[in-house]
Ligand binder design. Sequence first.
Ligand SMILES: Cc1ncc(COP(=O)(O)O)c(C=O)c1O
Length: 426
Amino acid sequence: MAQNMNEHTVPSDPQELSTAILDLWVEWVTNNNLQLHPGQIRQLEAAIRTNIAHAYRGQRIPHTPTGIRTLSPYAAGQTIASARKKSGVTEITKLSSNEHAVGPSPQAKDTVSQLLSELHRYPEVQHRDLHEALANHHGLKKNQFFIGNGSNEAIDVLTRIHQPPGAVGVISRSSFSMYRHFLRSNGVLCVEVALNGMQQDRMALLEACRKEGAAFLFLTTPHNPTGEVLSEKALLEVLDEVGPGTMVVVDEAYGEYAEPHPDFSPAQKLLERYDNLVVLRTFSKAFGLAGIRIGYAMSNPSIIQAMDQTRQPFNLNRLALSVAQAALEDVGHLKETVQTNHTERIRLRTEFINLGLQVPDSGANFLLVQLGVPGKTITASLSDKGILVRDLASYGFPDAIRVTIGTPEQNTYVLEEVRAALEVEK
Ligand SMILES: Cc1ncc(COP(=O)(O)O)c(C=O)c1O
C-alpha cells in the first residue's frame, strides 16, 4: 500500500486508504525511533479510520466519534410506578438501586417548601455556601471541592479535563458503568481489567496503567457491586506505584456507609500527599438525595479549577444547593442512617449465609448474593411479589443478585422471598 501511495495512486476504498496511511505512519515512527504506548497507537488508528470513513461518506449528521457511536444509554433499574403496573402489587419494595432506606433528613425536606417562592431566580453560580459547608465537614480547603449534578457529572468533567494524547483510562471490568461511559464519551480509550474473585485486582490494574501509560485509574471503595472496602495500605500501594501522570480517581459514593468498617480508610486523608488523587462523594446514597442530583469531587486546587472552568454555569439547581447543605448539617440523621445500615447489613448477610449462600463482606448499603442459580430467575420471582433487586449478569455475575439494605421490615421480607424462590428452584 505504501508503495501505491508513493506512486501517487490514492486508493479509492476508505479501508485501503486508512491502511496505507497507517503503513506510512508506522514506517515513519520506526525510522525515527519513537516510543509509543499501545493505547496511543490504537487511538491514532481509530482516528485515521474514522476520519477517512467519514470523509468518504461526505457530510454525515451527526458526525459522531467512534467512542460515542458504540455506547449504550445507562440502563437504570425499574421505577416504582412501572413495577406496580407490571406486578399488580401496590406496595413495591425497591432494593435495586442502592438508594437510602428511609430518605433524607427532615430538615432537608423542610428546605424545599421555603425555596418555592424563589424558583424564578437563578441559583448561586459558584456554590460558595456549600463549598464552605463541605470544607468544614471534611476539614479541607474551600478550593478543593468541585460540586456537580451528581458525582456522575464529576466523572464526566474529569475525563474531559485530562486529555494527554492517546489518553487511556483503566477500570475494573465489573464496576460502575459510568466510568467506561464517560471515558469513551470524552474520547479516552477504556481498558478493563478483570476482578480477582471479589476484589479489584490492584496488581493487574497497576500493570495495565504501566503498559498503557494510563491517564486515569478508577478505584471504588466500597466497590459496586461487590461491597469491597479498600484499606489505607491498599490505596497507598496503588498511589505509590502508579506514575504521577495517572489521575487516580477513588470513588467513595458509599463512603459514609463504610465508616464503621474496620478496613475502610477515607482517601481524602491522602490528598495532601498525592497531587494526582481525586476522591468522589455523593449526596445520592447516605444522605438520601438521589432524586435531587448532587455529588462532589475533592482534589488539589489545580484539578478543581480546571473542572470548574468547563462545567455548565448553573450545573446545580437552587433546590439541590440548599437541600444538600441542610442534609450536611443534620449530623444526627447521617449517624443514625449509617448505624442502622451497619446493623441491618450484618443481620441480612448472616441470614443469607445461613441459607447456604455466598455473600462477600460489604462496607456499603448493599450485598452481592451468590445464589447458585441464575440471578435472572430469582429476580423475576421477586418482581412478581413487588420486590426489586438487581440482577448482576451485566456485571459479569450471572448467578448473583445485588440487594440494597432497606428498612428492617423490607430486609426480612426480601430474605423470606429469596428463601421461597430458591426452594422452587431446588
Ligand atoms: C460506585 C458509584 N459511583 C457513583 C454513583 C452515582 O452517583 P450520583 O448519583 O452521585 O451520580 C453510583 C450510583 O449508583 C455508584 O454506584
